[in-house]
Design a protein around this ligand. Structure first.
Ligand code: SAH
Ligand code: DHB
Ligand code: MG
Length: 218
């Protein structure tokens, strides 16, 4: 396998383009110490989300799957003054950890965590949002897609992490609910009347996966 060179190049890219400041390093260290799963986006992926947010000029952002707030901070740092980030998290301990993250990052006025099952939270939300990032349980991605279609403003940007699952989405095993959810998400997104979209295949320190990028039609 080529995993080693992909990881090494990933580290090279992050070293040049996505070095973490003390706050991002602290979030990562605290998360590891607290025993949170180490599945947050890489620094480079965080920088990518940040740039997407800047490029679109998003002022109202939505995230599904907060964990410790690492990706949230990358995106929230792209917000202009007065911008808002809403992030959804099922796990009470993750939500509490993330609130502390936002305090440490000086973003507690900007980032709001809604605790609970994301689908219910989404159904209770009013848009519009300029950007939505899906990164929670993949089995419900198809439902999250429909809610994102409702909540995004015309021209809004939808991003979804982990839609390739080491290629498992091509022929998802019956017992792999995450790959099945991601595959169904990809199928629906690719023919969704409200979106123009593509998936970028990714390799690196998080292994082999992919990121969906979609624009809601104006
Ligand atoms: N975006 C984060 C990583 C998110 S990991 C980052 O890159 O830093 C996925 C998160 O989704 C976990 O914290 C998990 O608890 C949460 N999650 C799982 N199922 C969920 C659900 N049904 N609703 C909301 N959050 C959920
Ligand atoms: C998993 C979840 C993620 O969001 C991710 O980026 C990588 C792995 C997981 O649940 O295994
Ligand atoms: Mg992810």
């Amino acid at each position: 396998m080529q995993d080693k060179i992909f990881e090494t190049v990933d580290a090279y890219i992050d070293g040049l383009f996505a070095s973490e400041d003390m706050i991002l390093e602290t979030i990562r260290d605290r998360a590891r110490d607290a025993g949170l799963p180490e599945i947050e986006v890489s620094a480079g992926q965080g920088k990518f989300l940040y740039l997407m947010a800047k490029l679109t000029g998003a002022t109202r952002m939505l995230e599904v799957g907060t964990l410790g707030g690492y990706s949230t901070v990358w995106m929230a740092r792209a917000l202009p003054a007065g911008g808002q980030m809403t992030t959804l998290e099922l796990d009470r301990a993750h939500a509490a950890f993330a609130r502390e993250t936002f305090r440490l990052a000086g973003l507690d006025d900007v980032c709001r965590v809604i605790e609970g099952a994301a689908l219910e939270s989404l159904q209770a939300l009013q848009g519009p949002f300029d950007l939505a990032f899906l990164d929670a349980n993949k089995d419900q991605y198809p439902d999250y897609l429909e809610e994102a279609a409702r909540l995004l403003a015309p021209g809004g940007l939808l991003l979804a992490d982990n839609v390739i699952r080491k290629g498992a989405v091509i022929e998802p095993p019956v017992d792999d609910v995450m790959a099945r959810g991601a595959a169904e998400f990809n199928r629906r997104l690719s023919s969704h009347p409200q979106f123009e979209s593509i998936v970028l295949q990714q390799v690196g320190r998080k292994g082999h996966d992919g990121l969906a990028i979609a624009r809601k039609r104006a």
